[in-house]
Design a protein around this ligand. Structure first.
Ligand code: NCD
Length: 344
C-alpha cells in the first residue's frame, strides 16, 4: 500500500510525508466503517494488545483498547498500582512478563522521557517480534495524539480527502503550556511536515524562545529529517496578534503537575491573557475551529461555553477520531510482526 517501514511508533519526528498520508488514508477508511452490527475487522485476530499506562489516562488508553477490539485483537491492560511493580519488579521484567504471555503490540505511557524507546530497543535486542506504540512519554512525544489532531484538522479542511495536503499553507495557532506538552511537540512535527505554519503563543515561562527552532534539526539519535520542506514555526506573545489570520487554534492544558516551580502569577490572569472565549476568537477575523487534546481545565485555557459549542469546538471530534487513528497504527504495525502468533 505504501512505503511504511516503521516497526514501532515512537516519535513523529521520524515520519515522512508518505507515512502521514498512509495513516490518514487508513484512518479515513476505518472511520467510515459502521460501529454497530458487524463492527469488527479480523486484522488482529489472534494477536494480543497490551496497554501499559504508568501514568493516568482517560482518552488514549480507552481508545487504543477500543481500536484493538474493533480489529478483533485480545486486549489486556496493565495497572501499575495493583501489579508486581510495587513488589520491586523492574519495568522491563514487567513488560517481558506480558511478552511471555503473547503480547505482540504494546502501548506504553510513562512519565519519564524515552521509556517506550528504551523498551523497544531492549525487546529488539532480545529478538522479540513485538511492536511498541508510544502512548505518551514525559514531555517528549505523543504520536497518536499528534496524528489524531492532524486527522481532525485535515477532515475539517477537506472532509472527503483528509490528506496531508489539506494542511499546506494553513496557519495553526497553538496556545498555552507548550513547555510541558508532549502533544504540542508531536503536533509541531506533524503540522510542519504537512506544510502548515505553526504559531506558538504563551508567556516565555510556558513557550520558551527555543521552540522557534524545535523542528530545525532531527532529534538526537535520528540521523536525518525524513521531510525535505517543513512549514515555519514562530512565536507570538500576544494572543490577538497570534490569532489574526489563523485557520485553526489549538489550546493546551496547563500541566500544573509537571511544573517544577510556580510559572504563573494567577490562573485568572492567565485566562485573561491566553484563555480562549467566543469574544477572543473574533481576533481571527473569520470563524475558525478550536481543538484541545483534553483533559480541559474549564474556564482556564478555554471557556466552558466555547468547549461546549459544536459550531466551534472540535474537542469531541478529536476524541472520536482517536479510534480510527489508533486502528490505523495497530493495523500498520501488525504487518511487521511474525505471521504466526507465538501465543501459548
Ligand atoms: C495529554 C497527555 O497526556 O499528554 N492528554 C491526552 O493524551 N489526550 C495532554 C494533557 O495531559 O494535558
Amino acid at each position: 500500500m505504501s512505503d511504511w517501514t516503521h516497526r514501532h511508533v515512537l516519535d513523529l519526528a521520524a515520519f515522512s510525508l508518505s507515512d502521514f498520508a498512509t495513516v490518514l488514508e487508513l484512518a479515513q477508511r476505518f472511520r467510515a466503517m459502521p460501529t454497530s452490527g458487524a463492527r469488527k475487522l479480523p486484522a488482529l485476530q489472534g494477536r494480543l494488545v497490551t496497554t501499559l499506562f504508568f501514568e493516568p489516562s482517560t482518552r488514549t488508553r480507552s481508545s487504543f483498547e477500543l481500536a484493538a477490539r474493533r480489529l478483533s485483537a485480545d486486549v489486556v491492560s496493565f495497572t501499575p498500582g495493583s501489579s508486581s511493580l510495587s513488589k520491586g519488579e523492574s519495568l522491563l521484567d514487567t513488560v517481558r512478563t506480558y511478552v511471555a504471555m503473547g503480547a505482540e503490540l504494546l502501548v506504553v505511557r510513562h512519565r519519564a522521557t524515552a521509556v517506550p524507546q528504551q523498551l523497544a530497543e531492549a525487546l529488539d535486542a532480545a529478538g522479540e517480534s513485538v511492536a511498541v506504540l508510544n502512548g505518551g512519554d514525559g514531555l517528549h512525544s505523543h504520536p497518536s495524539q499528534g496524528l489524531l489532531d492532524l486527522f481532525t484538522l485535515a477532515r475539517h479542511f477537506a472532509p472527503d480527502a483528509p490528506a496531508p495536503e489539506a494542511l499546506r499553507g494553513r496557519r495553526i495557532v497553538i496556545v498555552g503550556d507548550v513547555l510541558h506538552s508532549r502533544v504540542a511537540r508531536s503536533n509541531l512535527w506533524a503540522l510542519t511536515a504537512c506544510g502548515a505554519e505553526v504559531v506558538l503563543c504563551g508567556p516565555p515561562t510556558l513557550v520558551p524562545e527555543a521552540f522557534a527552532d524545535f523542528v530545525a534539526a532531527p532529534p538526537p539519535g535520528q540521523a536525518r529529517d525524513p521531510v525535505t520542506a517543513r512549514g515555519l514555526v514562530r512565536i507570538e506573545r500576544d494572543l490577538d496578534t497570534a490569532l489574526a489570520g489563523a485557520d485553526a487554534v489549538m489550546t493546551l492544558r496547563l500541566q500544573q503537575e509537571r511544573m517544577q516551580q510556580n510559572l504563573l502569577t494567577s490562573l485568572d490572569g492567565y485566562h485573561r491573557r491566553y484563555g480562549l472565549t467566543h469574544g477572543r476568537l473574533a481576533a481571527c477575523g473569520r470563524p475558525v475551529p478550536v481543538l484541545h487534546p483534553g483533559p480541559v481545565n474549564r474556564g482556564v485555557e478555554m471557556s466552558g461555553a466555547l468547549l461546549d459549542d459544536p459550531a466551534v469546538s472540535l474537542v469531541e471530534e478529536q476524541v472520536r477520531n482517536g479510534i480510527p487513528i489508533r486502528m490505523a497504527l495497530l493495523y500498520l504495525l501488525q504487518s511487521s510482526l511474525n505471521p504466526s502468533s507465538k501465543r501459548p
